[in-house]
Design a protein around this ligand. Structure first.
Ligand SMILES: [Zn+2]
Length: 432
């Protein structure tokens, strides 16, 4: 099948953000690969490397499909095949981007090309936008593309981005694959901690040095547990999965408001489940010291926070300041770090959510569709004012082992799954 070969070829472009020539080459490859898309749609470049496709529909309204062309770097050692080879072997297409996120870029265009070949015209206008720096926050790609739409007054009835998938073995008790459709997204921010002091010679140390205070701060941040918050997305998720759990979890999850403390004590011991229930804080960068015999007069750390819908970055900043108030540590905002409030729950009673669900059921009949809270950040957060219905889902069936392949070694997608991805976008567009 030519589509399999094209995905394989797409992997050979090392589109790591910053390798700009690779992006230009990749653009040319897309134009060669999808002639009808490039003839019949209006294709535009934004900020040199983002792409927008506009397919005019028969009626009012517009739907936007998002994906990103950039990939995270890959070190060749430990891979079974070179990561940018796109090798096809054992029923899989191998390489960086096969799961995140060239599979979406290519599958969306494959579906569109096929529909154009059949003479199809959508009811609503279809927009497709591909960013080029999602893995490094999307400030040059998605953010600028969103600004472009905003400046032209274009809004969307619905947006579909990556951000969740169909997972087998999400929880050991659940035997059915769960099609997780992200209807809300946690916010994110980073804050800097700064401890200052006298420094001096390490042969005559004093207590309470900046390093010592910073160590206490890091320990406090790690052990801090924000209050559990049951968001609408997670409530719906728990209720859906309760049908597949055994007693007593089934009762707890069916009535999550009532049994939140029990849920917290049981399933929330799992880090991903815990992240769905609360704002989390994690120290990611620590710096101090220049020489082995000098007490540093400065220690700094960066705390990355992921904010549960319902709270704001400012509230978490204030909470962090409070938490460390007795340690003589400055807590600072730094312009280097993005501050992004959570994206609240999209209305998931709408027709587009229904279309997504139906399409999933048609192509993955064994999967159970459920609303979900996306705990990572996606490009779609830059579009939050452009639609009240933003969904995060890629039609990829993965077990928990395969999930580790995303950003990991030996990233690969099965040929069978990739064909289903194309079919998913094909049927979904056809429903619009
Ligand atoms: Zn991605």
């Amino acid at each position: 099948m030519e589509a399999i070969e094209r995905l394989s070829q797409s992997i050979r472009f090392k589109t790591v953000s910053g390798n700009w020539q690779e992006f230009s080459n990749f653009h040319a490859f897309l134009e060669r690969s999808f002639p009808l898309v490039y003839q019949r749609m209006k294709v535009q470049k934004i900020n040199d490397y983002s792409l927008i496709y506009n397919w005019t529909g028969k009626r009012e309204g517009a739907v936007l499909f998002l994906a990103h062309m950039d990939v995270v770097p890959a070190e060749e050692r430990d891979w079974v095949v070179p990561p940018f080879s796109g090798e096809i072997r054992d029923g899989y297409i191998w390489g960086r981007g096969t799961l995140d996120d060239k599979c979406c870029v290519m599958a969306i265009l494959e579906a569109a090309e096929k529909l154009l070949g059949e003479g199809f015209t959508p009811n609503k206008s279809i927009y497709i936008a591909f960013g080029f720096d999602e893995e490094t926050k999307g400030h040059l790609g998605a953010r600028k593309t969103a600004e472009h739409f905003r400046s032209r007054g274009i809004k969307f009835d619905a947006i579909l981005d990556e951000g969740a998938a169909i997972i087998e073995g999400f929880m050991p008790q659940i035997k059915v694959p769960l099609a997780l459709v992200g209807v809300a997204e946690k916010g994110l921010a980073s804050f800097d901690l700064i401890a200052r002091g006298d420094g001096g010679h390490s042969s005559a140390p004093k207590r309470n040095s900046p390093v010592e205070r910073m160590a206490k701060a890091i320990e406090r941040v790690s052990s801090y547990k924000s209050k559990a918050v049951l968001t609408q997305a997670v409530e719906m998720f728990f209720k859906t999965i309760s049908k597949y759990m055994s007693f007593p979890s089934s009762i707890f999850l069916k009535n999550p408001r009532l049994f939140l403390p029990f849920i917290e004590r049981s399933i929330a011991r799992n880090p991903s489940a815990n992240a769905m229930l609360r704002t989390t804080m994690c120290t990611t960068i620590v710096k101090a010291g220049m020489a082995d015999n000098v007490i540093p007069d400065l220690a700094t750390a960066t705390v990355n926070v992921r904010i549960i819908p319902g709270e704001t970055a400012q509230q978490v900043f204030d909470r962090l300041k409070n938490l460390l108030s007795d340690l003589d540590i400055e807590v600072m905002k730094n312009e280097r770090w993005e501050v992004s409030d959570p994206v609240i729950c999209s209305n998931f009673g709408g027709t587009f959510f229904e279309s997504i669900s139906k399409t999933i059921n048609d192509i993955f009949p064994q999967a159970v569709v459920t609303p979900f809270l996306t705990i990572g950040g996606t490009d779609s957060r830059h579009y939050k004012d452009l639609s009240s219905k933003i969904y995060r889902f890629a039609p990829i069936l993965m077990n928990s082992e395969e999930m580790k392949l995303v950003h990991g070694k030996n990233e690969r997608i099965s040929i069978e799954n990739y064909k289903k991805m194309i079919d998913f976008y094909y049927q979904l567009i056809k429903r619009e």
